[in-house]
Design a protein around this ligand. Structure first.
Ligand code: NAD
Length: 275
């Protein structure tokens, strides 16, 4: 029995598909009702047990409601994937000296507070069943200085600490809590957020010869949620093919803000004097 927030698209959708294929009953919790219903119908027609539940992760009652839906419809909750993040159209971001307080607050709410509330309502049900697993979707932005994404990167970094707090506090209830840390992923959000030259930059500076697909992240989410990861808790696992393993994330953005031309296709980490 699982709840996946943001399950109608991207990483969440890939997670729902894999969990359903492996026999889990899944609640798709998303603001996109049409997308959730379509996915639930498709997977149910194929023999899965998947339902759609409209839930806005900015609304505490909705988060409580999605957990209660899983418990009422499936008889309990084993897995929570705190995956949804609000889009930049709702909460833009920019460098600190220009940052409106409202953007900061909304981004923290939509990437960190929402996950805390998911844990708050899920944990008592998991504890009552003898345990469970929570997986939070973070971002490699949590590990770098991003220059123009301070709200997002701080929210995701906070998610790592929330992961450790929950893991340490509820481990004796047999509840594990981990995070996946994607780099750039070719999802609708990824495409809307990252300009092509930044995607090229990431591709050029990834150890593996490609960038991640949503399924690459979802596979690790499902692993962390499964008994196969029974001794892993409190961890933030990078699933990015070693993206940006040498080049500072902020460098091209800094160059762009200074009006300097940046050629992602030609710039290699070996051009760095200290590489
Ligand atoms: N795509 C990337 O490059 C990338 C990289 C690192 C981290 N992430 C993180 O992965 C997670 C999923 O991103 P994605 O790329 O799969 O995005 P996506 O846009 O493909 O899917 C996001 C889903 O969340 C839903 N959603 C948006 N606002 C919501 C709200 N208020 N309440 C409930 N649902 C809401 C959307 O309807 C959509 O179905 C996010 O937390 C994001 O920060 C993405």
């Amino acid at each position: 029995m699982a709840v996946v927030t943001g399950g109608a698209s991207g990483i969440g959708q890939a997670t729902v598909r894999i969990m359903s294929r492996l026999g889990a009953s899944v609640v798709i919790a998303d603001v996109d009702e049409a997308g959730s219903e379509a996915l639930a119908s498709e997977l149910t027609a194929g023999g899965g047990q998947v339902i759609a539940c409209r839930a806005d992760i900015l609304v505490e009652d909705d988060i409580k409601g999605m957990i209660e839906t899983a418990v009422e419809r499936f008889g309990g909750l084993d897995i929570l994937h705190n995956n949804a993040g609000i889009p930049r159209t709702i909460a833009p971001d920019c460098e600190v000296i220009d940052l409106p307080l409202e953007w900061w607050r909304k981004t923290i709410d939509g990437h960190l507070t929402s996950a805390m509330l998911g844990c708050k309502y899920a944990i008592p049900h998991m504890a009552a069943r003898g345990g469970g697993a929570i997986v939070n979707t973070s971002s490699s932005s949590a590990r770098y200085a991003t220059v123009d994404l301070p709200s997002y990167s701080v929210a995701k970094a906070g998610l790592h600490q929330l992961t450790r707090e929950v893991a340490a506090t509820y481990g004796r209830d047999n509840i594990r809590c981990n995070a996946v840390v994607p780099g750039a992923v070719m999802t609708p959000r990824g495409r809307a957020t990252l300009p092509p030259d930044i995607f090229r930059l990431f591709a050029t500076n990834t150890a593996l010869p490609r960038l991640a697909m949503a399924e690459d992240i979802a596979n690790v989410v499902v692993f962390l949620a499964s008994d196969m990861a029974g001794m892993i808790t409190g961890q933030a696992i990078e699933v990015d093919g070693m993206m940006m393993h040498k080049l500072p994330y902020w460098l091209p953005k800094m160059q762009a803000s200074r009006g300097e031309k940046f050629e992602a296709s030609t710039f290699q980490y070996t051009d760095m004097p200290d590489a």
